[in-house]
Structures are given as structure tokens and as C-alpha cells.
Design a protein around this ligand. Structure first.
Ligand code: SF4
Length: 462
């Protein structure tokens, strides 16, 4: 069973699969070297980014992330400015301290990182092969890892023996185990608990209750801080597309007229918050994977709009309910399908975020477990087939606006579910998750985070 704190993780932009994942992999490789007693003998490390990691890796920051990982940086604790300074120092000196320790090697990205977009690994399209060599050039160890979306990483062996019954085995036994939407609803029925209460009870098997609540509050705070920063940063986003940040201007307009009777103002607020997050993400800022970095704006936008303004204590409770419920839905997608754009297209990123946000909002509105599952189902049903075709390989166009649209769509999905009469739904959450999985498998690789089709080839970069 996964933990809800596995689904929401604090990291740096612009991509959980292409930035956070490679960073973790770099650290993991250095740990493997150390464990094998080979760290001191290592004179050179070579990284090969394969498949989607190579095809969109430059725009998604995968090269820098790989270097930071080898240098021992953790995505959870690295500040963007700190990362930039470390990268500049490595570039200037051509030297890198493995794992941040005493052992230094020569490292030049142009020589030591290869982009192998022609290799599309069968196990997962985000492959990363790392090899270490001694002073004489003799190989020491070589490992292949995969960045499987949302910052999750897996070894070759882990992907070759997938979990049974769609359950990721974390070795933790929980009181209310569930591997499908149907099992989740049955567990709620059996226990008389809401989805949020049931997930919280499960989390007690991972750590003491206070630490879970603290973790949830830290996630909510990181989401809020990201919005706040995104609302004040102006200018052009990095990467060469010359995309302007739009959230601050929209914020100014809304702030100038907060009590406007315009019926569409709800859209403006959600758009503003979601774009603030994704503009920060595009700039390499600190975001929460929800469930990925590319889709990081949907959930914070909905939480910010619906969980503020009624006293601090109350807001805290609402945010916890939202995150626990949305987290349960995210776990289902992670375990039964995938949250990787390179495997599923954008339906697996913004589509999943929309589904999670719709479920979280239905929970806030007092929805039954069935209504929450229905909201999550609707949130995905109308994102099925959504492709990933980022222009210039950057997480900017269509990603930033797509999060805004995803947030608005999530609210509508929750509304539709709350108005639903009776428990019966035409399409179940499990059916829509399986449909997303099959659609992702059928989707051409051109539309799965390779920037080889769609907007990426039809929009001329200038
Ligand atoms: S199009 Fe969607 S899946 Fe692709 S990079 Fe952008 S947000 Fe991620």
C-alpha cells in the first residue's frame, strides 16, 4: 500500500518525471557505488538518458537534475537558488563531489551525459543508465533505472517483477487495504468511515498521527507558498519560448475588483492560482507533485479557492480532508495505471490531477464516498485521450494553461457528481482508470512527452 505522502511530494520544477526522478536516480546510483565500496575508486561517471528523458530532457531540466542527484542534492530540500549555484560551480570547475562528500571526480555534462532518444526502453520510456569507471577506464558498476512519473523511480529488477493485484508493496500492512475504487468504497461501507478518515487510519501504519498531519500541513503550506511566489514573479519564463508569466497581471485585476459580480470570476481565480503554480514550475521553482510537477497547479488552485477565508483551524481541516481524499484517488491511478506523461500522455498527468481535485472537492462539499468516486470518474472521463506535446520540450505550452483548464473542469466534475441522484453511476472509477490505461498504451509515442507530434511540431518556435 502506498502512503498519501508518496503521492504529494515537495520538489523542484519543471518536471517530476524528468527533474525529480533523475535527481533521485543520481543519488541512488551514488549510494549503490558507496554500498559496493567503489566510491573511492570512481574516476568517471557516465549518464545515458534514454527515450523521453532524452527527447524532452533538455527543456525539462533532466541534465541538470542528473548532475544535482550525483552531487547528492535531494529534490525535497533543494532550493532553486542553491541548485543554480551548485550547477554553476560544477560547470565552471569541471569537478563534482559525488554524493556531496569528499570524493571528487571530473564531470563535464557535454562529455559525461549522452542523450539517447533513439533508445525507447520496453520497460518504461524514461530510462536512465549510469556507469562508473576507475582511473584506468575500467568499468566498476552500471545500473539502469526508470523514472516512472510523479518523482517515483524504479530499478530494472523492480519493473521486471510488477506488484501483484496492482498493489505496490511498501511492506506496510494497513487496516483498510484497497487496490481499486470498488475496494475503497467497500472498505468505507464496512468501516463506516469517509474516504479521508479511512486513508488517515491507514497512514497510522506508516508513522504516528501527528507526523502525518504535520506532513499534510507542510504540503498544503508548500502549495500556498508556490501560489504566492507565482503571483509576484513577473517577466519571461526561461527556455527560449519567450512565454510571459500571466498570473501576476490576472491577480492584479482580481485584487482591484474582488467583489465583482461577474459570474465567470470563479474561472479567473482558479486560472490565476493554477497558472501561478505552473509558471513557478516552469521557472524551476519549488512545487508539490500533485500528482506530477507538470500537473502541479490543479489541486493547489482548487484548495486555495475553496479552503481559505473561514478561520485558520477550519482551513487546516479542510485541506487535510482534501489532500487525504485526493491522495486516495491518486494512489489508484498510480497502482492501476500510471501517472507518467511518457506512458499515458497528459491524461495521466493533468487528467489525473483533475480527477483527484474533483474527488477532493466533492469530499469538502460533504459528498458520500460514492459521490466522491463519481466526481473523480467524471474528472478523468473528460480528459481521456489528452496528449502530451509540449512545445520546445518545455513544460510551458500547453502545460500552464492546461492546469488552469483542469482546475475549472475539476470543479464542474464535482458539481455534476454532487447533483447525481442515487449510488449508481454509468461508468465506474475503476472502468475509467482502466480506459485511461488502455488509451495510454494505444497512444502513439509522438504524443507521450517526446515533443515529436501535436503542438510541438505545429507551433513554430521563435
Ligand atoms: S503536456 Fe501535460 S503531460 Fe505533457 S509536459 Fe505538459 S503537463 Fe506534463
Amino acid at each position: 500500500m502506498l502512503s498519501v505522502l508518496d503521492i504529494f511530494r515537495i520538489g523542484i520544477g519543471p518536471s517530476s518525471s524528468h527533474t525529480v526522478g533523475p535527481m533521485r536516480i543520481g543519488r541512488r546510483f551514488v549510494r549503490a557505488l558507496d554500498k559496493a565500496g567503489l566510491l573511492g575508486r570512481t574516476a568517471r561517471v557516465h549518464v545515458e538518458l534514454q527515450g523521453s528523458l532524452a527527447l524532452t530532457g533538455v527543456g525539462h531540466g533532466s541534465l541538470d537534475a542528473s548532475i544535482l542527484g550525483l552531487a547528492g542534492f535531494r529534490p525535497e530540500t533543494t532550493l532553486p537558488d542553491e541548485a543554480a549555484a551548485a550547477l554553476a560551480a560544477i560547470r565552471e570547475s569541471g569537478r563534482l563531489r559525488l554524493g556531496g562528500g569528499d570524493h571528487e571526480i571530473g564531470f563535464v555534462a557535454a562529455r559525461d551525459i549522452a542523450l539517447a532518444g533513439h533508445i525507447m526502453p520496453a520497460l518504461h520510456p524514461n530510462g536512465m543508465r549510469i556507469a562508473a569507471f576507475d582511473e584506468s577506464g575500467a568499468p566498476l558498476i552500471e545500473r539502469t533505472y526508470f523514472s516512472t512519473g510523479g518523482g517515483f523511480v524504479a530499478s530494472e529488477a523492480q519493473l521486471r517483477s510488477p506488484p501483484k493485484d496492482d498493489r505496490i508493496d511498501t511492506g506496510v500492512v494497513v487496516p483498510h487495504d484497497f487496490g481499486s475504487g470498488a475496494e475503497l468504497l467497500a472498505a468505507c461501507e464496512r468501516s463506516g468511515l469517509s474516504i479521508a478518515e479511512l486513508v488517515l487510519a491507514n497512514e497510522d501504519s506508516f508513522r504516528p498521527r501527528e507526523r502525518t498531519l504535520d506532513g499534510l500541513d507542510r504540503i498544503a503550506a508548500a502549495m500556498d507558498q508556490c501560489i504566492d511566489r507565482g503571483l509576484t514573479q513577473r517577466g519571461i519564463l526561461p527556455g527560449g519560448l519567450k512565454v510571459h508569466r500571466r498570473a501576476p497581471d490576472l491577480w492584479d485585476k482580481l485584487e482591484a475588483n474582488p467583489q465583482s459580480n461577474e459570474r465567470e470570476q470563479l474561472f479567473d481565480w482558479l486560472n490565476c492560482y493554477a497558472m501561478a503554480v505552473n509558471e513557478e514550475n516552469a521557472a524551476g521553482g519549488r512545487v508539490v507533485t500533485a500528482p506530477t510537477n507538470g500537473a502541479a497547479g490543479v489541486i493547489p488552485a482548487v484548495i486555495r479557492f475553496y479552503c481559505t477565508g473561514e478561520g485558520a483551524g477550519r482551513c487546516e481541516d479542510k485541506r487535510r480532508i482534501f489532500l487525504l481524499t485526493a491522495g486516495a484517488i491518486g494512489m489508484l491511478y498510480k497502482q492501476r495505471a500510471s501517472i507518467s506523461g511518457a506512458e499515458m500522455g497528459c491524461q495521466g498527468e493533468v487528467g489525473v490531477a483533475c480527477s483527484m481535485a474533483a474527488g477532493g472537492l466533492a469530499a469538502l462539499w460533504g459528498g458520500t464516498p460514492e459521490q466522491i468516486a463519481s466526481a473523480a470518474e467524471i474528472g478523468m472521463e473528460h480528459n481521456l485521450g489528452l496528449t502530451c506535446d509540449p512545445v520546445g520540450g518545455l513544460v510551458q505550452v500547453p502545460c500552464i494553461e492546461r492546469n488552469a483548464i483542469g482546475a475549472v473542469k475539476a470543479v464542474n466534475a464535482a458539481r455534476l457528481a454532487m447533483h447525481r441522484q442515487g449510488a449508481e453511476t454509468f461508468v465506474s472509477l475503476d472502468q475509467v482508470i482502466e480506459t485511461m490505461r488502455q488509451t495510454g498504451l494505444d497512444m502513439s509515442s509522438k504524443y507521450k512527452e517526446t515533443s515529436q507530434g501535436g503542438l510541438a511540431v505545429n507551433v513554430i518556435e521563435c
